[in-house]
Design a protein around this ligand. Sequence first.
Ligand SMILES: Cc1cc2nc3c(=O)[nH]c(=O)nc-3n(C[C@H](O)[C@H](O)[C@H](O)COP(=O)(O)OP(=O)(O)OC[C@H]3O[C@@H](n4cnc5c(N)ncnc54)[C@H](O)[C@@H]3O)c2cc1C
Length: 411
Amino acid sequence: MRPRRVVVIGAGMVGLSCAWSLQDYDVEVEVLDRGRAGHGASWGNAGFVAPAFTVPLPEPSILRYGIRAVLDRHSPVRLPVRADQELARFLLRMTRHCTWPQWKRAMAGYRGLNEQIFESFDAQLSAGVPAEIHEADVLAAFGDVAAAAGLHHELAGVAASGQRVEVDLLSGAEAKAAEPLLTDRIGFAMRVRGQRWLDPVAYTAALAEHVRDRGGQVTEQVNVTGVRRHGGGVVVECSDGRREADAVVLANGAWLPALAAEHGVRMPQFGGRGYSFTVPVRQPLAGPLYFPGARSALAPRGDRVRVTGVMEFQRPDAPLDHRAIATIIRALRPLLTGADWDRAEHRWVGARPLSADGIPLVGPSATEGVYVAGGHGMWGVTLGPLTGRMLAEHIATGATPAELAWLDPTR
Ligand SMILES: Cc1cc2nc3c(=O)[nH]c(=O)nc-3n(C[C@H](O)[C@H](O)[C@H](O)COP(=O)(O)OP(=O)(O)OC[C@H]3O[C@@H](n4cnc5c(N)ncnc54)[C@H](O)[C@@H]3O)c2cc1C
């Protein structure tokens, strides 16, 4: 039976998209967030909506990065020094997925999602979400051709899965013509055509506004401490009392395990924290820019550029570590000219909700009426609207397309 009222926990890109899509089925929604809407991982990210890059995280080179993280304090991958049992369990499980055969299997699943990404955004925008999305090519820049081997291999794998990928190979001079802020250190680039980008702060704010305009509630500063089945519905225990609903969606990002574990979600998860900041630039960035060697993605922000990077395996609520920002600047200074690195502002850290097998967790939990929308890792902005659409359809109609079955959160 179609639920009349659904509570969504977490007002990030994923939770807001779930609520928005449920409204298409005339479901009454309330979205709860313990902070402010859109201020989790969905805030300071790069805002790439890039199906060509939306691939499983675990692959063999991650293991090399892991070793470098232990040996090199300037590595863009950071591991805590102290022992952490949950992290050990997560890394052990992820390591098992770091093989090309596993990656290819997971990529076949991603392909089914990736081909629906743009239409999931178009559905939101054409229904009136007051936001913008920009068409763009992503320029991936390297010191030389040899340094591009990893991305080349990955994009070949994406194409082999059947997904359309269009890439131009550029010399250093051609790369600089495309992006004048690149320095002479860049000797080779790959221009990945037909991607998009957005300002995630503006986009999630617009989504929250539209959920409210369509009659939903987005309630901030309410912490959810537990969710349980009661009578014919679900009870949500909150810092300001309790809510009752016919169904609940757990969309609380990197904090998902705290609420989902007791509902049969066993997949190890961990926060892969990333950092961002903005710096003034001599001229606006021509488009989204990616430095795979530095694991850093840059997005235009008018006369500034938003710089993102680092993968830090750390608790989501740990304080921002300024050394991580210094690591990003140190890596990018030789690669980008005309940026005033001493005026880095809007310094931010957020936790990518990683699942150990690199596949999102979306669908019904083991508890009737409790649904999960999480584990989107590196790509929750890109996949948020599609997750919302698939899960809302499932909750409202019971339909389980193959792409959704693959994301089973109790796997
Ligand atoms: C540096 C960086 C760059 C990135 N770049 C990109 C990119 O270019 N493209 C892309 O697609 N993705 C990118 N990502 C990943 C993307 O940001 C995340 O996958 C996505 O934001 C996850 O969205 P979410 O809604 O699941 O989580 P969040 O946005 O974190 O939302 C979860 C919300 O739940 C709330 N919450 C948690 N616990 C509770 C509770 N108990 N009660 C109530 N509320 C609770 C939190 O306050 C939070 O607001 C990047 C991430 C980082 C860190």
